[in-house]
Design a protein around this ligand. Structure first.
Ligand SMILES: CC(C)(COP(=O)(O)OP(=O)(O)OC[C@H]1O[C@@H](n2cnc3c(N)ncnc32)[C@H](O)[C@@H]1OP(=O)(O)O)[C@@H](O)C(=O)NCCC(=O)NCCS
Length: 266
């Protein structure tokens, strides 16, 4: 799978929006191009079996400075092939997986690390949880090119989505304040169902006391309770804290998705 993002200002970064396009469907790609032109630079198209030259030509036609291409799966050979086409890697996200269930372990909160108790419960749509979650998400992911930009409209859309399950959206509160969350999502069904740790974050003021570990374990327990036997998640390849946490919880790398920037001007 190859995704395309057209970049008008190659230095600018911002929220990504995805515009699905049928594989190898030229009219759909043209329609997406028109959409991207109308909505400026924030769009993505999903295009399969399209050469980098074709993607660059689309970028030229739309007056972009550069095209950003995401390839999955990707490895060092992909890097070399893209480098030969003047596209340089700018981001890597890694899919990790582990089998469920996770054997039970003692509560991981560091004793005495916080004067007030941390409580885990399900997210409650239509309450203050919505604003509280947006605040904690923005603080935890202030550095992230996509998750940090999730706004109230995005949240409302996800809460309405068919996959949404409040029981699978665990929040942590301390003295009544929401300080962390683990949001899970189930892909597919039956024996091939895959459970995703879709979003996990801890407020910077509450990091380092074992809350992240406890939240991920709660999310994995929920997925296990649904009969899901494999858990997966995506993590930035340079997110040291998260990689440490997932490694300690038995997750192993499955494959990478890598993003490349290619100037359009030849
Ligand atoms: C990743 C995150 C959820 C971890 O939450 P946390 O509550 O701080 O983590 P914990 O206190 O449970 O620590 C879990 C493990 O990670 C380690 N860890 C935590 N922060 C770390 C850091 N900055 N560098 C290295 N290791 C770190 C801890 O030492 C602990 O390891 P141990 O069990 O071997 O002692 C938190 O840092 C966060 O919200 N980051 C921003 C959002 C994010 O990156 N989410 C993950 C997206 S995939």
């Amino acid at each position: 799978m190859v995704e395309l993002r057209l970049v008008a200002d190659a230095a600018a970064r911002g929220p990504a929006r995805y515009v699905p396009v049928a594989p190898a469907d030229a009219p759909a790609i043209d329609a997406a191009a028109a959409t991207l032109g109308a909505t400026s630079t924030a769009g993505w198209s999903t295009v399969e079996h399209r050469t980098l030259d074709g993607v660059v030509a689309l970028g030229q036609a739309l007056g972009a400075d550069a095209v950003e291409v995401a390839i999955e799966p990707a490895d060092d050979a992909t890097d070399a092939a893209l480098a030969a086409c003047r596209a340089r890697r700018i981001r890597t996200i890694r899919q990790l997986r582990r089998a469920l269930p996770v054997p039970p372990e003692p509560d991981a909160i560091v004793p005495g690390s916080t004067p007030t108790e941390v409580t885990l419960r399900s997210f409650c749509p239509g309450t203050d949880d919505e604003a509280d979650w947006l605040r904690v998400n923005a603080r935890a992911f202030a550095w992230h090119p996509e998750q940090g930009f999730v706004d109230a409209d995005d949240l409302a859309g996800m809460l309405r989505a068919p996959w949404f399950d409040a029981e699978g959206f665990v929040v942590a509160t301390r003295a009544g304040d929401l300080v962390g969350f683990c949001w899970t999502k189930v892909h597919g069904g039956g024996t091939t169902a895959m459970g995703e740790i879709y979003a996990i974050g801890v407020d910077p003021d509450a990091q380092g006391i074992g809350l992240g570990r406890r939240l991920v374990l709660a999310g994995l327990d929920h997925l296990d309770s649904l009969g899901v036997s494999t858990a997966m998640l995506w993590v930035e390849a340079d997110n040291t804290a998260a990689l440490h946490l997932y490694d300690a919880l038995g997750f192993v790398p499955h494959h990478d998705k890598r993003y490349y920037l290619r100037p359009v001007a030849s």
